[in-house]
Design a protein around this ligand. Structure first.
Ligand code: NDP
Length: 272
């Protein structure tokens, strides 16, 4: 019998996850079905319950339900607990395993697909929402030096305190404060500023030699990526690779098989 999975979000119509998981299933010979489900804004938990009753084996969770998904997980992984957000649920009897594969997907895209090693690198992570929380721990665990920046400064402070309690020392980057004119080897835009064709304020000399600029958004050339190109960032990347890598990690959690992401990413890039 075909095992059923889904991605739940609102809106969800443009999700690439069904296509990605279909390609993973074909490639690995796994017999799964995967659909996109739009849950009402006040109906996430009820939607998950319905899927469980219907025999689904798990689901992915996207905006705006990742925090709610963390709350309904009866068994959250460490990385989900740190992120306080879940993008992958696995149903096993009464147990709901909750994991967050976003950060691992980001790190794998940067190190494996883009060939940039993070250890000892100076990383600026912009944003203090769910995506930034998910990314911070995997970046720190790999041995990078992390600085945080956010439009609402208090949220960056809270984020730094939170990571401090977990034993990680991070800086706050406070541009346009003159004292903060540092350079970074990797700058990650984990804000949704690109959606409104905006970017966080940054100085022109912020990219160190050979620097990578990474925008978690995909599907459009964001002002941040345009700025990075103009300022001479050596590598400029959108979040499509992260999307495919976090999906592969979820697929592995569900099926115990790791798909080859390269052909899937290549197909998506061709279609874009
Ligand atoms: P949240 O809504 O949780 O966080 C939004 C963040 O963006 C906040 O830090 C907010 O700052 C900041 N922000 C919003 N607008 C602006 C702006 N105009 N200028 C500066 N900062 C701004 O979103 P998520 O963390 O869930 O997602 C962030 C982005 O990451 C989205 O674009 C999402 O698509 C992408 N993403 C990509 C993934 C992938 O697989 N490629 C996976 C997950 C997310 P403030 O605190 O001041 O409001």
């Amino acid at each position: 019998m075909t095992d059923k999975y889904a991605v739940i979000g609102n809106p969800i119509a443009h999700s690439k996850s069904p296509l990605i998981h279909k390609m993973f299933a074909e490639q690995t010979g796994q017999d799964i079905g995967y659909e996109a489900i739009e849950a009402p804004l006040d109906g996430f938990a009820a939607t998950v319950e319905r899927l469980r009753k219907e025999g689904h084996k798990g689901c992915n969770v996207t905006v705006p339900f990742k925090f709610e998904a963390f709350k309904i997980a009866t068994q959250p992984t460490e990385r989900a607990q740190v992120a306080q957000a879940v993008n992958t649920l696995k149903f096993d009897g009464d147990t709901i395993l909750g994991d967050n594969t976003d950060g691992a997907g980001l790190v794998r895209d940067i190190e494996h697909n883009l060939g940039v090693q993070l250890r000892h690198k100076r990383v600026l992570l912009i944003g203090a929402g769910g995506a930034a929380y998910g990314a911070a721990l995997p970046i720190l665990q790999i041995g990078a030096r992390l600085a945080l920046m956010n439009r609402t400064r208090e949220k960056a402070d809270q984020f730094a305190i939170y990571l401090g309690k977990l034993g990680h020392v991070v800086d706050i980057y406070d541009f346009p404060n003159e004292a903060d004119r540092k350079q970074f080897d990797l700058i990650i835009n984990a804000t949704s500023s690109g959606l409104s064709d905006e970017m966080p304020p940054l100085p022109t000399d912020i990219f160190a030699q050979g620097a990578l600029a990474y925008d978690m958004m995909y599907g459009r050339e964001t002002p941040f990526l345009k700025f990075a190109r103009k300022q001479g960032a050596a590598v400029v990347a959108d979040g499509l690779g992260m999307l495919v890598e976090q999906a592969a990690e979820a697929f592995f959690i569900w099926r115990g098989v790791r798909p080859d992401t390269a052909p899937v990413l290549a197909r998506l890039r061709e279609a874009a």
